[in-house]
Design a protein around this ligand. Sequence first.
Ligand SMILES: [Zn+2]
Length: 84
Amino acid sequence: MAIYGRLRGTAGGADDPTDVVESVLESAPLCMDCVVVKTGLPPNDVVVALKVLLRTHAVDGNVGMCDSCGRPGALETSRPRAAD
Ligand SMILES: [Zn+2]
């Protein structure tokens, strides 16, 4: 599923916030606050990037606890699981 974000991000180049946000969510589920911290992007850019990723289903919302701060409501890239 990650390919969707990559395709959409090509217009903005390698530093496209969508790509950056997706790549941190690939390694661990994180809440939006922690995505902002980990990416170092302006919160506004993270919000916009997450909207794109959620709309294209590259990222799922509310997947559970944030891997960094332990709060619920984390986001994570949607990848096919073994169960799928
Ligand atoms: Zn967090």
